[in-house]
Write a protein that binds this ligand. Structure first.
Ligand SMILES: *Cc1c(COP(=O)(O)O)cnc(C)c1O
Length: 469
């Protein structure tokens, strides 16, 4: 086997582009969730690596034969599970370019364009979602990493920057506050930062948006101070993963500030919706936060992975994470940014390119229209289910997410229903746990979803519920 030359690379590139276009155009004919059995894909792969090279034809044919049946189709327009992980075509093309140029963009000098496009794109995003001037942004690989970075800043700030140097033993007990509605990435950030799960204090929620009770928050902070603990930060959510809970940031952050605590807002999914001014009431007060994360790789259309992390004071983050060994110093240029000092991994891909392609190609107005449609269609479906005696709405729509359940049925029946829907394959849904038990989640967010797809979901949901009684 001779190595691939660039003529062959170009031929395969064209063939894969054509394959991709065909794939996306025929997605509706495929079951959304993979129907493969556990272990089937692994069993189809040789247990040992080949000694001799093989031609692309054989490799590609095995990709179609072995791998594709084991894929769940996240770009399927009838994907209503979890949150979307959109990949708008323009962003896929940018990813192809970034992969082809294949730069490692850890420092300004290791690719000035990657750094400077990132700076400008994060400012475009900042303006797009209505954050005030003064917030500076960086792309993290995931919201989990952004939240971990924010928790590390909380730790260092609360310990007068001694944690990295001295470790945590012998230090006062740090405390972080959040509601039950935050994502599990908050738990993990607190574990990894060495603060400990016992010191993540859960504040009860109230109201239809399930916001942290600000008075209970203030009382918990005061009680911890009285007990000799050291409060370090508050983590709020806009659009929690289970049901879309939104903390009332204007009061929650005010309590944090009154106690000198660092505040981080996790808007991983819902942040994209803030490109529409009418949705910004959901995070009123965000302008006072110290740190805000949202994932353009969810609803907005930038291919995974791409998480936008905004900071009021990037110096606190850099002071927490930068190491600056001699071999990383960029000599000569002033005012340059080395984004590897803003994130936990050293290496960085050129992720800003896909934001540039995405926003330029669709324009903010094109993106807003998509999101507004999703919210509208999801709300329409919630109304249809509300008037159907077989169902009840459990949590009201927050943007394009609501939960419902089969009326009068127990948790096992709700799970059975979700399983039947997903085995049927025409649509894909997931469940979540709320105070009253299991609820079925429904969100509209796939980039190419149409109103017809959401109506179709109603037909499938009604039909399968009908078969169960
Ligand atoms: C999806 C999600 C996360 C995790 O995002 P990653 O980028 O996968 O780490 C965190 N918080 C919320 C609210 C989410 O919806």
């Amino acid at each position: 086997m001779t190595d691939m030359d660039w003529t062959e690379f170009a031929r395969w590139g064209a063939r894969i582009s054509q394959w991709g276009a065909d794939y996306h155009q025929t997605l509706r004919d495929r079951p959304v969730r993979s129907t493969t059995q556990p272990g089937a894909i692994a069993a189809a792969l040789p247990a040992t690596p080949p000694e001799a090279g093989e031609g692309m034809e054989a490799i590609f044919s095995d990709f179609e034969r072995i791998v594709m049946p084991g894929m769940t189709h996240w770009q399927h327009p009838r994907f209503f599970a979890y949150f979307p992980a959109n990949a708008a075509p323009a962003s896929m093309l940018a990813e192809f370019l970034a992969t082809t140029v294949a730069a490692q963009c850890m420092l300004w000098q290791t690719s000035p364009a990657a750094t400077e496009v990132e700076t400008v794109m994060l400012d475009w995003l900042r303006q797009s979602i209505g954050l005030p001037e003064g917030f500076r942004g960086v792309i993290q690989d995931s919201a989990s990493s952004a939240t971990l970075a924010a928790v590390l800043v909380m730790r260092e700030r609360a310990l007068a920057w001694a944690g990295n140097r001295d470790g945590l033993s012998g230090q006062p007990r740090l405390r972080i506050y959040c509601s039950e509605e935050v994502h599990t990435s908050v738990d993990r950030a607190v574990w990894i930062a060495g603060i400990g799960a016992e010191n993540l204090v859960r504040i009860p929620t109230q109201g239809q948006l399930r916001s942290m009770d600000a008075r209970a928050l203030a009382a918990a902070i005061d009680a911890d101070l009285a007990a000799g603990y050291r409060p370090a930060g508050v983590i709020a959510c806009t659009g929690g993963t289970g049901t879309g809970a939104c903390d009332d940031l204007s009061v929650v952050i005010a309590v944090a500030q009154a106690h000198g605590l660092y505040s981080h807002v996790d808007a991983a999914w819902a942040g994209a919706a803030m490109i529409c001014p009418e949705f910004r009431t959901l995070w009123k007060g965000v302008e006072h936060a110290d740190s805000v994360v949202f994932n353009p790789h969810k609803w907005l259309g930038a291919q995974f992975d791409c998480s936008a992390h905004f900071l009021r004071d990037p110096d606190a983050l850099v002071r927490t994470l930068a190491i600056r060994p001699e071999y990383l110093k960029t000599h000569g240029a002033d005012g340059i940014i080395n984004y590897s000092e803003w994130s936990i991994p050293l290496g960085r891909r050129f992720r800003a390119l896909k934001i540039w392609f995405l926003i330029r190609h669709y324009g903010l107005e094109g993106l807003r229209t998509r999101l507004r449609n999703h919210v509208q269609w999801s709300g329409d479906l919630a109304e249809r289910l509300r008037t159907n005696p077989r169902f009840e709405i459990v949590t009201e729509p927050v943007l394009s997410l609501f939960t419902f359940r089969l009326k009068g049925a127990d948790d096992a029946a709700q799970i059975d229903f979700v399983n039947r829907v997903n085995e049927d394959g025409r649509i894909y849904l997931t469940q979540t746990r709320v105070a009253s038990g299991i609820a079925i989640r429904f969100q509209v967010g796939q980039f190419n979803a149409t109103e017809e797809d959401v109506r179709f979901a109603h037909e499938v949901i009604s039909e399968i519920a009908g078969e169960m009684t």
